[in-house]
Design a protein around this ligand. Structure first.
Ligand code: PLP
Length: 394
């Protein structure tokens, strides 16, 4: 079927909630994808921080193929090796002594964190979860309420109770938002959808101190910035803080849908039999993908590589910013990068796609770059050249 035929099916049968698709893609390899007309693109959208190892990484493909032929799904009535090993791998890289719960998406992982906070707070009558304005935590009713952006909540009233919003990077506003009912603070180490805004280490350290002082849980949403993207396994590790629990999803399966909660020792046994669950959580197939992603990051040295490629990208984007006054800021950490413009970013996203580079416009005036951790220096330089040229031409 040709591109027009496919788009026609979308127009007639797929809900229009994402807006009209910009491209019809047919295959990918590393940081490149090909469309239905055979045009190749450098993929710095990265499936929105999902394609950790790029497209069709042989190691990930092999792991999924082999596991699919062996055992795909058993339900959580039964154990299998992959879930145990992936839980161990996540815990050992983040919160030693902790435990994991597996699910299927970022929203579901955050929903789990919210339930964990409520269950923990219930004996003391506390249930409120504080989140930040301009945050993004997902599209379920609870997580869209946690999300501090009205446009995401429009038309979905009544929203669930028990959420309060404070200002990101403003410790005083967080302190002021604590009530007798507060159980937890949930924060992104780097706001992704909000425009690639990193939390200041001092802010996160202050949140940790506030949580200790008021006996609150400190929780991180690592759905976008986790799994090596920033040059460390998890974004909070840059600030040297230790959360009580955090969520991961996007990059965890490298394209295979999965999510997880990792809880430290204090929360590891709050969920008891019957308190939470997910039919598809942590299947043998998903866990084989997750383990392949983590092992490949380690074996290919992709944490250090992400840091180096992020530094190269930031350096080139700063050169562009110095030359092009429409760039107001270069942001991010590692391979979660963005540039803020003094005008809407969408036309530049479209122009770059025409020029062969996929990037994501977000928060109105920000262009976001989320290439695979395997991206090469030549690909980073080429992307930066295309960005520079597009900012000149429009
Ligand atoms: C994408 C995202 C989510 C939601 O994840 P889904 O898998 O789309 O449900 C939650 N939090 C953050 C920080 C995200 O970037």
């Amino acid at each position: 079927m040709d591109a027009d035929g496919i788009l026609d099916l979308y127009r007639r049968f797929v809900m229009p909630n994402y807006g009209p698709p910009a491209l019809v893609l047919v295959r990918g390899r590393g940081a490149r994808v090909w469309d239905a007309d055979g045009r190749v693109y450098l993929d710095f959208a990265g499936g929105i921080a999902v394609n950790t190892l790029g497209h069709a990484h042989p190691r990930l493909v092999r792991a999924i193929r082999q596991q699919a032929g062996k055992l795909m799904h058993v339900s959580n009535l039964y154990a299998h090796e992959g879930q145990g090993r992936l839980a161990q791998a996540l815990v050992e890289r983040s919160l030693p002594g902790g435990r994991c719960f597996f699910c299927n998406s970022g929203a579901e992982a955050n929903e789990g964190l919210i339930k964990l906070a409520r269950r923990w707070g219930a004996p003391s009558g506390r249930y409120e979860v504080m989140t930040m304005r301009n945050s993004f935590h997902g599209r379920t009713l609870a997580t869209l309420t946690a999300t501090g952006q009205e446009k995401i909540q429009q038309g979905f009233a009544p929203l669930p109770e028990g959420f309060r919003h404070a200002t990101f990077n403003d410790l005083d506003s967080c302190r002021a938002a604590v009530t007798d009912r507060t159980a937890a603070i949930l924060v992104e180490a780097i706001q992704g959808e909000g425009g690639v805004l990193a939390a200041e280490p001092a802010f996160l350290q202050g949140l940790q101190a506030l949580c200790r002082e008021r006996d609150l849980l400190l929780m991180f949403d690592e759905v976008q910035c986790g799994i090596g993207r920033t040059g460390r396994w998890f974004g909070f590790q840059h600030a040297g803080v230790e959360p009580d629990a955090f969520s991961v999803a996007k990059g965890l399966g490298g394209g295979f849908p999965m999510g997880a909660i990792v809880a430290g020792p204090r929360l590891g046994e709050v969920f008891q039999p019957g308190s939470h669950g997910s039919t598809f959580g942590g299947t043998p197939l998903a866990c084989a993908a997750g383990l392949a992603v983590i092992e490949t990051i380690e074996e290919e040295g992709l944490l250090a590589h992400a840091e180096a490629m992020g530094a190269l990208l930031a350096e080139r984007l700063c050169e562009t910013a110095a030359r092009r006054p429409i760039v107001t800021q270069v942001r991010g950490r590692g391979l979660m990068a963005g540039i803020a413009l003094d005008r809407p970013a969408a036309p530049y996203q479209d122009a770059l796609r025409e020029a062969g580079l996929l990037v994501i416009a977000t928060a109105g005036n920000v262009l976001r770059f989320l290439p695979p951790l395997t991206v090469t220096p030549a690909q980073v330089r080429r992307a930066a050249r295309l960005v520079d040229a597009s900012l000149k031409s429009v």
